[in-house]
Ligand binder design. Structure first.
Ligand code: 8YV
Length: 328
């Protein structure tokens, strides 16, 4: 890195305080109107930026990276998931990648818990009924959902967010089960009273609620495939606050429509911002616009992490949140 202030190109509008601090520290090109960049605009950005700050809405694929100028040394992503970045291409070109782990764990776990409650208890349906002026008053048999307390929750992906979901779930009387690439430490399992399932097929066939909390990687693409969705019992609910690609969305919509799965709470979709039209027709799904980590505090913390990663890198040190391919 040269001694002149590095050119940092930020692809989306970030919190004001973060942008102000970035302007003080770096030579910044901001995106004040927050429109997402096209692939061509991204290519233009990587041709000139020393450091790029993208978000989940930017597809930094091999084609974009092949056009990067030699000055591009760091991609400091604003977010935890890095499936929008071709990590192998970045490594080949000697470009470091950082993310913002840890600071959106609790917010995402809250949203997961909100969906775990909302779907079986038919929260959105009830709200729609009242707003549409169709509510005829209390009845002992209307709007009946299913009890949460005493049910089995199967968490797929027991990383930070999965564990934070498990902590909440315990308080709601759910028994916690999980599947993960690696079994977590014994003391964590004991603390969360969590049961490890080595076989995903075996676990999902026995759960009442399934929560997706693993990252999207080549290994987890369509982890809940059409075949696996068939193993899930018809009274089971699925919640996804991770990435849409982890579930075969078409197969899920079909299974929900046919009553093979009781309901779903989805904060993420396979082709965002497009939502499978079949899902829009179903009453037994709660659909949210990828807002799991959308808190003012969280966005501020994420921005601070981006700044620390860039500043450390510019000062010639290894940034704290370096992403290595092997991690994903
Ligand atoms: C972020 C997310 O808001 O961090 C992630 O992986 O999915 C979101 O909650 C988004 O990625 C920001 O780029």
């Amino acid at each position: 890195m040269t001694t002149k202030r590095p050119l940092v190109i930020v692809t989306r509008k970030l919190p004001d305080a973060i942008e102000t601090r970035m302007m003080e520290l770096f030579n910044c090109r901001l995106n004040l109107d927050d429109s997402s960049l096209s692939q061509l605009q991204l290519i233009e950005a990587v041709k000139t930026a020393d450091i790029l700050v993208p978000t989940v809405t930017d597809r930094i694929d091999a084609r974009v990276l092949s056009q990067a100028g030699p000055q591009l040394r760091l991609i400091a992503s604003f977010g935890t998931g890095v499936d929008h970045i071709d990590l192998a291409s970045a490594r080949q070109r000697g470009i470091s990648v950082t993310n913002t782990p840890g600071v959106l764990t609790e917010d995402t776990a809250d949203m997961t818990m909100a969906l775990i409650l909302a779907v079986p208890r038919r929260l959105s349906e009830g709200e729609r009924l009242v707003r549409a002026g169709r509510w005829k008053g209390w009845s002992p048999i209307s709007m009946l959902g299913h009890r949460i307390w005493g049910k089995r929750l199967g968490i797929i992906g027991m990383g930070r967010i999965g564990q934070a979901v498990a902590r909440r779930a315990k308080g709601f009387g759910l028994s916690v089960h999980y599947h993960n690439r690696r079994r977590v430490a014994e003391e964590i399992e004991r603390d969360l009273e969590a049961t490890f399932w080595e076989g995903l097929d075996q676990m999902i066939a026995r759960m009442d609620i399934i929560s997706i909390n693993c990252p999207h990687t080549p290994a987890t693409f369509h982890l809940l495939s059409a075949r696996r969705l068939k193993l899930i019992r018809p009274h089971c609910y699925i919640v996804n606050t991770s990435r849409g690609e982890v579930i075969d969305e078409n197969a899920l919509a079909r299974a929900l429509a046919e009553g093979e799965i009781a309901g779903a709470g989805l904060d993420v979709f396979e082709h965002e911002p497009a939502v499978n039209p079949k899902l829009l027709e179903l009453d037994n799904v709660v659909l949210l616009p990828h807002m799991g980590s959308a808190t003012i505090e969280g966005r501020q913390n994420m921005g601070e992490k981006v700044i620390i990663n860039i500043k450390t890198f510019v000062d010639g040190h290894a940034p704290p949140d370096r992403v290595l391919e092997a991690m994903f």
